[in-house]
Design a protein around this ligand. Sequence first.
Ligand SMILES: Cc1cc2nc3c(=O)[nH]c(=O)nc-3n(C[C@H](O)[C@H](O)[C@H](O)COP(=O)(O)OP(=O)(O)OC[C@H]3O[C@@H](n4cnc5c(N)ncnc54)[C@H](O)[C@@H]3O)c2cc1C
Length: 282
Amino acid sequence: MSSWRIGPRSRSCSGRVLLAGDAAHMFFPAGGQGMNLGIQDAANLGWKLAATVRGRAAATLLDSYDTERRPAGAAVVANTRAQAALFCAETPEEVALRDAFSAALAQPETNLLWARRVAGFGDPPYAVAAEADGTSAHPMAGTRLAGLALRSDTTAGTAPHTLLHDGKMVLLDLDGKHTPQTASADSDDFAHHAAAVDREVAAEPWRDITSVLIRPDARIAWASTDHDPRRRAKGVAVTVRDMGVLVQRDARRSPKVALPRGSPHCSEGLLISTQMVFPRGP
Ligand SMILES: Cc1cc2nc3c(=O)[nH]c(=O)nc-3n(C[C@H](O)[C@H](O)[C@H](O)COP(=O)(O)OP(=O)(O)OC[C@H]3O[C@@H](n4cnc5c(N)ncnc54)[C@H](O)[C@@H]3O)c2cc1C
């Protein structure tokens, strides 16, 4: 027998140890969102770790794992706490509250909101930097790739997620104008595709997007409605720089990574731990 408590860890990292999945957040199991949450932790961390060990990440990139995923864990913990309260309703007041909540779920919008949360997709968008000219980033930046449908007669095919199978950043041009390659997006770490939005199927926000940069974990790093390819190239360059991805044209010149031990920063971390139960010392 062991006891457990509900709650996120105060940090997803400590020195060279990075926590993902149930090791980073514990919550009531009913509701079924723990696996999706943990998989998204791993997807967020995987490409950042890969970039770090290949010497292609600034110190800030790995630190962003904790910044981005801790709110996601906290959102699921809060959600499961609410579910647990309803699940365990006993008093007439609690049962009445549960009935009222069940009735509210008959509303399609409320139902969709909670369906997203229960699926582990209700976390807040990640913070993104402003555009190169100082204006706010596009509202889709920082959100999960969703609702995009591509026309089948374009080079990128129909299913956007298939573009991510190589684990690269994907720069997708959607208006027929090629965003010029820049030092920021001209490397083995990036894939560049042209496609057209299937307007009959795609969600409304996609209809005006001219170019989008998608991270390997299917988050939108940057999106633009600008039809000027040179301005778009600048936007991509600034985004990549601010994310902390260091791009080198010649991979053979990648520096060897020396990861100091005992540092308090996640940026020097190397290990992923799932729910590890470390044996106690004698
Ligand atoms: C009853 C129940 C129902 C659930 N239903 C759902 C659901 O419907 N949908 C959903 O999305 N989620 C559900 N979850 C949650 C989901 O199972 C977890 O969130 C998910 O499995 C966490 O994955 P993980 O890899 O982080 O941890 P784990 O799956 O716990 O994996 C950790 C692994 O590390 C191993 N390990 C531990 N210590 C050591 C050590 N010292 N050395 C080596 N190995 C070690 C363990 O044996 C284990 O294999 C449910 C959970 C429970 C308990």
